[in-house]
Design a protein around this ligand. Structure first.
Ligand code: ATP
Length: 514
């Protein structure tokens, strides 16, 4: 099973490259780790995801507005937010291979191996006992499994306590006691564990002027917090209200792998919702519900989502969960929903000396609002769509195809117009149709190769509709409309084309379902 999923990720990566969705950044120089460029179709898909999010969050809500804040912020921002002191990963190097690991990930991988052993025991017993197998009873009474569980609990407890109290030496001791070896050198020759800050820094101003260290923002949220009053006053916003933003974020991730799932430069779509203190749990439940509906409206599969409630909360949160998606690597975080209390605004008040409060006319008093945030990674959303859309199929006529079943509203190209042959006035008719449709949709013209091959090319980039112009079209004003998913074809008048396609790819129809 694990192998098949690995294969799916590999296929998606290869397909994304071959068809102009995602390229390794600076590929001609052999690339740069965990940085990617979006190609001609990838950038269209990305823009469509952004539009769907922006419309659902901003346009659909009277009390949510959007901003676009700068990547560079005053350096004190990151002291107030806690990123300078605490946005760290614990690092360890293997002295022989010189390979660098996250200490907690090494331990988690070890725990995953023990879990693998438990699953093997269960599978063996299932085979042995057949229908009479009682899994719940087996896992609580089987001596070996109970022992494995105890081991896992003890490891997790020790790791958690070492991380929480910043006892890096204890993390190293744990790695040594568990006899964890480097996957490359096989040796257990480890350096000490040390903290590594994930923020990228650079200098602003010339050195002669006395340059200041600035950071590339590791999240977009702080740009919203520092603009809280600007937006509230100029927009005359009343609590509860939200500020949304789409923008780049940067993290110097140590283990950067799994394609665009974990990147060093990525994009976030965040919304901070400011509420009256005490109302935050109600709004937290509200936004959990709204966000999962947004995801499910796309039809990527109900079973592909699950909530993961955080038991260990960050110091600033009083409730938090992730929406996890079933990526080819398994269920992983796609979006975070956090109730952040008044931590951020209060910290900025303290560090800036400025009041960041709201005067509530009903209560007749000032207060620092509480915040519920929704934060989704645009690139992870892109990967969720690509990996669930990628299908290898055999059609009824026996032909094979690779198709991207991207939701029609998000597809990079909406309609391809194809003249059956490239003469007899068919290309001219096809171009005439495109000239009409291009005001509404991203269209493509293709006259090269047999029609079947042209359909395959459109399937591979996820174009939901192909329009074929043939000799009859010139006489009866009708064309063939082919549906990507069913491969079914239908004759329809050219005059009805625009309305038909508009209905099928309409973002508005989707928004009404949320
Ligand atoms: P993870 O635990 O996977 O590192 P996180 O909990 O640090 O993620 P948040 O800080 O909550 O992530 O960021 C919000 C969202 O931003 C995440 O749900 C994810 O979709 C996205 N994101 C975070 N880090 C990255 C990254 N390195 N590459 C791509 N997307 C990311």
């Amino acid at each position: 099973m694990a192998n098949q999923d690995d294969n799916l990720l590999k296929k998606v990566v290869a397909h994304a490259k071959e068809y102009g969705f995602v390229f390794q950044s600076s590929e001609i120089y052999d690339g740069i780790g965990a940085v990617y460029d979006y190609g001609q179709y990838g950038s269209e898909l990305k823009n469509n995801i952004k539009t769907f999010w922006w419309k659902a969050m901003v346009q659909m809500h009277e009390n949510i507005v959007g901003i676009d804040s700068a990547i560079f912020m005053h350096p004190t921002t990151w002291r107030a937010s806690g990123h300078v002191d605490a946005f760290n990963d614990p690092l360890i190097d293997n002295k022989d291979s010189k390979k660098r690991y996250r200490a907690d990930t090494l331990i988690e991988d070890h725990v995953a191996k023990i879990e693998g052993k438990i699953n093997k025991e269960i599978a063996k017993a299932e085979k042995r006992f057949g229908d009479s197998f009682n899994k719940d009873q087996f896992v609580t009474t089987n001596g070996r499994i109970v022992q494995y569980r105890d081991q896992i609990n003890s490891i997790n407890d020790r790791m958690k306590s070492a991380i929480e109290s910043d006892r890096l030496h204890d993390l190293k001791t744990l790695i040594e006691e568990l006899v964890i070896a480097c996957a490359v050198s096989g040796s257990k020759n480890w350096t000490d564990v040390r903290q590594f800050n994930l923020m990228f820094s650079t200098e602003i101003g010339s050195l002669a002027e006395g340059a200041n260290t600035v950071y590339l923002r590791p999240e977009t949220a702080q740009g919203i917090f520092v603009n809280f009053l600007n937006v509230q006053r100029t927009g005359r916003m009343k609590i509860p209200f939200g500020i949304a933003q789409i923008g780049k974020a940067f993290r110097n991730e140590i283990i950067a792998r799994q394609f665009i799932f974990r990147m060093r430069e990525f994009e976030q779509m965040e919304m901070q919702f400011f509420v009256k203190p005490g109302d935050e749990m109600e709004w937290y439940a509200h936004w959990k519900n709204k966000r999962i509906k947004w995801h499910k409206a796309l039809g990527l599969g109900e079973d592909n989502y699950r909530f993961h409630d955080h038991l260990n909360l960050a110091h600033y949160a009083n409730a938090a969960c992730d929406i996890e998606f079933k990526f080819p690597m398994g269920f992983k975080e796609l979006e975070g929903i956090h109730s952040r209390t008044d931590f951020d605004l209060k910290a900025h008040e303290e560090y800036s000396g400025k009041k960041l409060q709201f005067f509530d006319p009903q209560e007749n008093k000032n207060y620092v609002p509480y915040v519920v945030e929704t934060s989704i990674g645009l690139d992870r959303m892109f990967l969720a769509i690509m990996s669930s859309a990628y299908k290898e199929e055999t059609l009824v006529d026996g032909s094979e195809r690779t198709v991207l079943k991207i939701p029609a509203v998000l597809a990079p190209v909406k309609v391809a117009v194809l003249p059956l042959i490239k003469k007899d006035g068919l290309p001219e008719k096809a171009r005439e149709i495109i000239d009409e449709l291009k005001f509404n949709f991203n269209c493509q013209y293709d006259e090269k190769d047999a029609i079947g091959r042209r359909y395959r090319r459109q399937d591979a980039i996820g174009t939901p509709y192909c329009v074929t112009v043939d000799h009859d079209s010139l006489k009866d004003g009708q064309v063939t409309l082919r549906d990507r998913d069913t491969a079914e074809q239908e004759r329809i008048p050219i005059s009805e084309l625009k309305a038909r396609v508009a209905h099928l790819v309409s973002i508005n129809t989707l928004l009404r379902t949320i």
